[in-house]
Design a protein around this ligand. Structure first.
Ligand SMILES: Nc1ncnc2c1ncn2[C@@H]1O[C@H](COP(=O)(O)OP(=O)(O)O)[C@@H](O)[C@H]1O
Ligand SMILES: [Mg+2]
Length: 254
């Protein structure tokens, strides 16, 4: 079983000519087949964790380790991370002008599988995955994220997730900007991937809403750059009732 291990991760960013520590010692282990939810107030550093795992150049790792199956993730290029089986869906995905969804997916699948998927089976695979997500076939010919609505961006993420079959998937605010129908479709996609038992999922979210559709095995509360508390699904119920106040005393910006 593949395991993502984050140990005592410290991360800084440069802002206003100053170095600011955002992650202050994150410890987390995600195994293939497990679903973890990271929840926490705005500004607590959840997206910073996702960007740091993605290898975004803006975020400097100043301490700690991240390994996938014992391999040093922090030493890997962005491409190598994807090939190693890490999948990252960002809160604000970038546009890729001139590259269609269909080409993007095939290029990604080729990079990850080590060979180009056979065209005929691939076309069928994509079509079926799109049907499951209630996506119009014409979507495959649009440019990646160009003019996508919030719901389309999120469906596109889940489409990638289903087709690329990573070992560990990190989904940052996959629920944001979704109406109830889109939320259900996206959640069903995550649950389908989960049922294969082959993907470890780290679901980052501010709201408890998506956890009505996806039941996490573990819930972690993120506050001021680290995990303040961990528990089972019942912790999400507590957060739904009580909010994050208990974790933000002492001045985390909300
Ligand atoms: N690229 C960046 N430049 C400057 N500050 C940043 C950057 N990324 C994050 N921060 C700061 O780090 C803190 C955590 O932000 P973020 O990780 O986006 O939190 P969350 O996703 O939990 O809302 C915030 O104070 C934010 O302003
Ligand atoms: Mg965020």
């Amino acid at each position: 079983m593949a395991t993502l291990e984050i140990r005592d991760l410290h991360v800084t960013v440069e802002a206003d000519n100053a170095t600011k520590e955002i992650l202050k010692g994150v410890d987390l282990t995600v195994k293939q087949g497990e679903t973890h939810a990271i929840m926490g107030p705005n500004g607590s550093g959840k997206s910073t964790l996702a960007y740091s795992l993605a290898g975004h150049p803006k975020y400097t790792i100043t301490g700690g380790t991240v390994t996938l199956d014992g391999e040093d993730v922090l030493e890997m290029s962005v491409d190598e991370r994807a090939r190693a089986g890490l999948f990252l869906a960002m809160q604000y995905p970038v546009e890729v002008p001139g590259v269609s969804v269909s080409n993007f997916l095939r290029t990604s699948a080729t990079a990850i599988r080590g060979e180009a998927p056979k065209l005929r089976t691939w076309v069928k695979e994509v079509k079926e995955a799109m049907q499951r997500l209630n996506m119009d076939p014409s979507f495959a010919e649009r440019n990646v994220n160009e003019g996508f609505s919030g719901g389309e961006k999120k469906r596109h993420e889940i489409l990638q997730l289903e087709l690329l079959k990573p070992k560990v998937a990190i989904l940052d605010e996959t629920d944001s900007g979704l109406d109830v129908d889109a939320l259900r479709i996206v959640s069903e996609g995550v649950n389908r991937v989960r049922e294969t038992g082959e993907v470890g999922t780290l679901l980052i979210t501010h709201y408890t809403r998506i956890l009505r559709y996806i039941k996490p095995d573990f819930v972690h509360v993120f506050a001021d750059g680290r995990i303040a508390e961990s528990g089972g699904a019942e912790l999400a119920d507590k957060l739904e009732n009580e909010g994050y106040e208990a974790y933000t005393k002492g001045g985390v910006s909300a």
